[in-house]
Design a protein around this ligand. Structure first.
Ligand code: HEM
Length: 457
């Protein structure tokens, strides 16, 4: 192949007059932007943002090629890298041998047997939340889910009660996510420039760091291993006997705080919203909870029996994947389907568009948990459904998140259903994660105890 042919760049908005289009940088709707590109250009799209080339791919096999077959040729994308002030060298953003070492240290905390021990905490915190709810009240479900998942992550991963800090930390997290996801700001404005947004970001980081450093200090002082992730990281030693510094611990902790609570909160929020609009699905979910749990709180042993509940979550993650897009930068030359991916260029793909592709899903825009009943997962390509990514950088909290989502859903749905507040617009905001821009306002409707008991007619 001649070198000219090798430099082939697929069609996309980078050609002709639209060559300098800033695409998602100057567009407030990245979801619509990506969906439009896929409709117009297909599976391989050439995108140019200023002088930076991105190959946008939409076919599951090409995604597998990047994530599974050639992960060493790529590092994380620019937006995540630009958020280094937030994540430091935590698991999500670090690379190479350092990442591998940290991943190996953290992995045992996420083994099935270990996270099984977190199930009762998840249910207990959910019940605590329900104690504060009343029939007929109007609440923002997204706020409620954020508070709950933050507390669960705090307790299970750090053995810390963050109840008192929840509001402060929650607000700061929101700001980090909002500012961190502003493509233009993160990529074009260095974090040390004294802009108003950078000041706000810095204040938010400091607030979270204060809580984290307090937890780390308390742990170091007590020397007690409560079986949580932080204790494990504190105890972990390198071959030369050196331990992780407070800064390293801070980086891992803030990464897990951010990656571990907002994503699951989004999953739950979107699920409640979808259920409230699909009464037949909701009724089937209630029927399963009644027959499997009979009004009792769910436990880990119940989860394999809650088949439909799990399908509801699977389908919610398909339609509203909290990690809605993924980006990588090539550190070696690569080639995808005859198109060159030169070193330094980007590769992106969006769970949002792949999960809604009619080639893999019938009626892709509809919420149909029963589509997962048969062997759909076996019939579609491996990367037609990948809410947790794939390959070596796959989400470490995958099983943790699915268990948490199922337990929280089952606990709450037994006691409450939600009526969406009319006139409150629920719109997805595609920041680093996909969340409801103005929250989800709903009226809480307590379910009568009798409707939860299996033996009742
Ligand atoms: C529904 C909930 C969740 C979703 C959809 C999700 C999604 C993802 C995805 C797609 C990635 C890969 C990103 C990439 O390839 O660039 C990832 C990585 C990661 N996730 Fe999750 N996640 C969820 C929950 C969690 C939880 C509960 C935790 C921790 C308690 C967690 C911790 C992490 C970490 C540390 C990484 C980086 C792993 C590495 O690179 O070694 N996530 N997540």
């Amino acid at each position: 192949m001649s070198s000219r042919a090798k430099l082939k760049f697929p069609p996309g908005p980078s050609s002709g007059l639209r060559r300098w289009s800033l695409g998602p940088l100057n567009n407030g709707d990245p979801l619509g932007y990506f969906a439009g590109l896929v409709r117009e250009y297909g599976d391989l799209i050439g995108l140019r943002i200023l002088n930076f080339r991105i190959l946008l791919i939409n076919h599951p096999d090409h995604i597998e090629d990047v994530l599974v077959n050639h992960p060493r040729k790529f590092i994380k994308g620019r937006v995540l890298k630009a958020n280094k002030r937030v994540f430091g060298s935590g698991l999500l953003t670090s690379e190479g041998d350092f990442w591998l070492r940290q991943r190996r240290l953290a992995q045992p905390a996420f083994h099935r047997a270990r996270i099984a021990g977190y199930a009762s905490t998840m249910v207990e915190y959910t019940e605590r939340l329900l104690h504060g709810w009343q029939d007929g009240e109007e609440r923002d479900l997204h706020k409620e889910m954020m508070r709950l998942t933050l507390q669960i992550v705090g307790k299970t991963l750090f053995d810390a009660d963050v109840e008192g800090d929840a509001q402060d930390v929650g607000k700061s997290m929101e700001l980090l996510l909002e500012l961190g996801a502003d493509f233009r700001r993160t990529v074009l404005v260095p974090h040390w420039l004294p802009t108003p947004a950078n000041f706000r970001l810095e204040r938010a980081i400091r607030k979270i760091e204060k809580v984290l450093y307090r937890i780390i200090a308390e742990k170091r002082a007590s020397g007690r291993d409560a079986g949580d992730l932080l204790s494990m990281l504190l105890a972990a030693q390198d071959e030369d006997g050196s331990r992780m510094t407070d800064k390293q611990l801070r980086d891992e902790a803030i990464t897990l705080f951010l990656a571990g609570h907002e994503t699951t909160a989004n999953t739950l929020s979107w699920t409640w919203w979808l259920l409230a609009q699909n009464p037949a699905v909701e009724a089937r979910l209630h029927a399963e909870l009644r027959s499997v749990l009979g009004g009792q709180t769910p436990s880990l042993d119940d989860l394999p029996k809650l088949v439909y509940t799990n399908q509801v979550i699977t389908e919610s993650l398909r339609l509203y994947p909290p990690a809605w897009g993924t980006a990588r930068t090539a550190i070696e030359d690569h080639e995808i389907a005859g198109y060159s991916v030169p070193k330094g260029s980007g590769v992106s793909f969006a769970q949002w568009t792949v999960h809604r592709d009619a080639r893999w899903y019938d009626a892709p825009g509809e919420f149909r948990p029963e589509r997962w009943e048969g062997d759909l997962l076996k019939r579609i390509p491996r990367f037609a459904y990948f809410p947790f990514g794939g390959g070596p950088r796959q989400c470490i909290g995958n099983s943790f998140a699915l268990m948490e989502a199922a337990l929280v859903l089952a606990t709450i749905a037994q006691q409450y259903r939600f009526r969406l507040v009319e006139g409150h617009l629920v719109v997805p905001l595609a920041s680093i994660t996909l969340r409801p821009r103005h929250g989800i306002r709903a009226v809480l409707e307590a379910r009568p105890a009798r409707s939860r008991v299996a033996s009742d007619p």
